[in-house]
Design a protein around this ligand. Structure first.
Ligand code: GDP
Length: 471
């Protein structure tokens, strides 16, 4: 670029520094910055066609449907605290280790695979809808099936409802595991009854939700649960290509004292091999070694297989996408471009939906549904607000209420809003301090109201592009 400007590289770097962009001679700068620097030197820079390696890679990837192979379903376990999510994950892991891996020592790498009837199932090891939605907020849609754990002696609880709504917002099918069946107070019919109110109707009651009674503690009903997971997976017809460029998501990552950055990744398409150059989030590197969930070194990882990889330059975040590139130069460029984009987003440019911008975003086709999360002080008022919202009729936009609940706005609400591009509405409630901070950093629009009329009026006005700006 300096050469084209007929300047010394050091001059350009100095000018960049002056503009607040810290780069070395080996780094890429984006086209907007080039235009700016050009201006500074009195040269008009025209960008003919910016080369987007990421987009080019996508284009090259027309996958032949014929070559797709079945892949294992990826399952997340959700439910209310103490209903037995962790116990269930442990009992599944310990009773159904894949035949080929029996004898290996269990490694907690963030996900594991089990085998039943010669078919594999992958479980994400971090239970709960927060982990699920945190990943989704970063762009990773990893889960194929949700197992909703409900304790038969306790029934549907607030986090049960949250979990249902998080799974629904992501369009992920739900299987209900009615747990703690060994307890004297177990009442599975009550669980079924309560869940019908949330749209989960048991098959034997004319609905299409599978309920499996289990005891995670006594390891009863586990095989039936796994068989039902396979059944739902079969209907979903989950397939992936083995031969395409490997892609997937980071499940978890940390800095290991001896090995450097270590990341557990789930391959979602293609085959990842030792020696591949990968970009994960804003970092890149060459895969030096891969270890599976049994602590064994492997050379290849297929779709739906979790592996821990070593070789990245830095620690990515859970939910970051990873892609294999042909060479390190390309990988470096993509990683740096992403880092630049992230910096720009952090500086304020945001594509999140807000009431103030809503009309413009609708006009530009960015928003088709107005997603809302509603928290209210009491059940009665949330019902009243819901009813009033349903009456709003503005052509071209549908109002979707993803979650309603009673009580303060929590971090979980903010996460769901962030992952689903939703606005959070508080009626006679406020955000918890942590949720407030998170809302600010995630740039989620949180609106607080005390009068239904004001709430409805403001949303209607926003939909019609007539919201008065607030100064
Ligand atoms: P989580 O918070 O959902 O992960 O719940 P945990 O797995 O930590 O379980 C909470 C408590 O319930 C623990 O004391 C478990 O031992 C107990 N528990 C879990 N599953 C069962 C079960 O099937 N039967 C009985 N009796 N207790 C269970």
């Amino acid at each position: 670029f300096a050469h084209m400007l007929r300047r010394e590289a050091s001059e350009v770097i100095k000018k960049l520094l002056f503009l607040g962009v810290l780069v070395t001679i080996n780094q890429e700068i984006d086209t907007d910055t080039m235009v700016l620097v050009g201006n500074e030197f009195g040269t008009e820079v025209q960008v003919a066609a910016p080369r987007d390696i990421e987009a080019e890679e996508m284009l090259h990837e027309v996958v032949d449907q014929e070559t797709l192979e079945h892949r294992a379903p990826i399952v997340t376990i959700m439910g209310h605290v103490d209903h037995g999510k962790t116990t269930l994950l442990d009992s599944i892991r310990e009773t159904n280790v894949t035949a080929s891996e029996a004898g290996g020592i269990t490694q907690h790498i963030g996900a594991y695979q089990v085998e039943i009837n010669h078919k594999k199932i992958t479980f994400l090891d971090t239970p709960g809808h927060e982990a699920f939605t945190t990943m989704r907020a970063r762009g990773a849609q990893v889960t194929d099936i949700t197992v909703l754990v409900v304790a038969a002696d306790d029934g549907v609880m607030p986090q049960t409802v949250e979990a249902i709504n998080h799974a629904k917002a992501a369009n992920v099918p739900i299987i209900v595991a009615v747990n703690k069946m060994d307890k004297p107070g177990a009442n599975p019919d009550r669980v079924k009854q309560e869940l019908t109110e949330h749209g989960l109707v048991a098959e034997e009651w004319g609905g299409d939700t599978i309920f499996v009674p289990v005891s995670a503690l006594k390891r009863e009903g586990i095989d039936t649960l796994l068989e039902m997971i396979l059944l739902v997976a079969e209907v979903a017809d989950l397939k992936a290509s083995l031969s395409s460029r490997a892609r997937g998501s980071v499940i978890e990552a940390q800095l290991d004292k001896g090995r450097g950055p270590v990341a557990t990744i789930l391959v979602q398409t293609g085959t990842l091999r030792v020696g591949d150059v990968v970009v994960a989030g804003n970092t890149f590197g060459k895969v030096r070694a891969m270890v599976n969930d049994r602590g064994r070194r492997v050379k290849e990882a297929y779709p739906s297989t979790p592996v821990e990889i070593v070789g990245l330059g830095d620690v990515p975040s859970a939910g970051d996408p990873f892609v294999v590139y042909d060479d390190e130069r390309q990988a470096r460029q993509v990683a740096e471009r992403r880092a630049g984009r992230q910096r720009a987003e952090e500086l304020g440019a945001t594509s999140r939906v807000t009431l103030d911008d809503l009309y413009k975003q609708i006009q530009e086709g960015e928003v088709k549904d107005l997603n809302l999360i509603l928290k209210a002080d009491v059940h009665g008022s949330s019902e009243a607000v819901l009813g009033a919202l349903q009456k709003i009729d503005v052509s071209g936009v549908r109002i979707r209420v993803l979650h309603t609940g009673v009580g303060a706005i929590t971090e979980s609400d903010i996460l769901l809003a962030s992952a689903s591009n939703a606005i959070v509405i508080g009626f006679n409630v406020r955000p918890e301090p942590n949720a407030q901070r998170m809302g600010e950093s995630e740039k989620v629009d949180v609106r607080l109201y005390r009068v239904i009329y004001n709430l409805i009026e403001e949303i209607e006005a926003a939909l019609k592009g007539m919201l008065d700006p607030v100064y």
